[in-house]
Design a protein around this ligand. Sequence first.
Ligand code: GDP
Length: 139
Amino acid sequence: MSRERTLSIIKPDAVRAGNIGNIIARFEREGLAIAGARKCQLSQAEAEGFYAEHSARGFFGELVAFMTSGPVVVMVLEGDDAIVRNRTIMGATNPANAAEGTLRKLYAASVGENAVHGSDSPASAAREIAYFFRAIELS
Ligand code: GDP
């Protein structure tokens, strides 16, 4: 087990539905601490840069339009094996395939509008945390 930090985003659909509190409470209940958090509205350029690895995918335009459709909450979660544990709590990308009780099963409507983002590897976590936070903003 290793102490890790990972980037989490509460996406616009979950913010609109009033699920910020439910999602943060779930992370805390599962032992993932909030090392930093900010509510913000992503610009088109910020969303495109964040999801650059998907820029060739057919759904990229839809993804950027969705992620800029309203405010998001960007957070750094910290805990033992935080990267994999966050992905487990989130559930599969498509809520139709997500396990019972996962955030996407509970709060997501579709593969595109799927409530939460979580870094998928240590390298992604490092890049994504640095994309949104300065070290001094995390504790
Ligand atoms: P994740 O790591 O589970 O978030 O999944 P991916 O890295 O594969 O995809 C990133 C994000 O792109 C997903 O969370 C969705 O918001 C979006 N996405 C993935 N597949 C589709 C799709 O087929 N259609 C649309 N509209 N969005 C998608």
